[in-house]
Design a protein around this ligand. Sequence first.
Ligand code: ADP
Ligand code: MG
Length: 235
Amino acid sequence: MQTIIEVKNLTHVYTDSENKEIKALDGINLEIRQGEFVAVIGANGSGKSTLARHFNALQRPSEGVCLIEGMDTTVEENLWDIRQHVGMVFQNPDNQIFASTVKEEVGFGLKVLGENAKVIEKNVAEALAVTGLEGYENMSPFVLSKGVRQRVAVASVLSVKPEAIILDEPTTGLDYQHQRGSLDMLKRLNKKGHTVVIITHSMWIAEEYADRCIVMKDGEIISDGKTRAVFADED
Ligand code: ADP
Ligand code: MG
C-alpha cells in the first residue's frame, strides 16, 4: 500500500513564555499507509496533538522530516497540495465552523479551491450523505447539537475528498450514542479507502475501531503495532 505519511526522526521543541525549551516530540519515526485506521493514544501532554499538527503542515519539525505522499511539509509550495491530501478535524468543532448554513460550511473548502458550482454541489451532497446530514443543508450550524456540529466539521473536511483524515479527540464531550455515530461513520469511510488517524483518550475506541495503535509517552512512541498486540502487552 502507498505510504501517505512518513515521519523520520521528528523532533519538535516549543519555547514557552519564560524562554524555556519544551521537547514535545523526541525522535519520532513512523509510516502510515493508505487505508489504515490508526489510533494514537497516550496521556495528556505526551505529544499527540503536536504530532497530528505535523501531518497537515500546521507545525514544522524542529529536527527531522515529515513527508505527506512524499511532499516535504517545510516546503511552502507543497502546502496547498498537502492540505488537500490530509484533512484535519480539531477537538472543538466550533474552532472550524463559521458559515451561516451547513451547506455553505461544508462547501467552503471547495470554494477556496476554486471548484465550479456543479462540483461543489455534488461533493457537498456526498459529504452530507456520508455524515448523515441530509436535511440539515439550510440550517445554521450554531443551532445544532455538539454531536451534529462535529459531523459538520467532518463533512467540511470530507467534501474536499482528502486521502487521509486526522481527528484530534473528535468525540470528547459527545454522549455515547453520538460517539458511536461518529466512529461508525469513520469506519465506513475507512472501508471506502480513506486513511483514518484518530487521537483518542478512550481505550475502547482504539480497541474496537483501530487496526493499529500507536502509544505515546513524553514525546516518544513507546508502542506501535496491531491494536490487539499492543493491548495484550501489559506494560
Ligand atoms: P497531547 O496532545 O498528547 O496532550 P501536546 O502535543 O498538546 O500533547 O503537548 C505536548 C507537550 O508540549 C506538552 O508538554 C505541552 O505542555 C507542550 N506544548 C503544547 N503546545 C505548546 C505551546 N504552544 N507552547 C509551549 N508548549 C506547548
Ligand atoms: Mg492533545
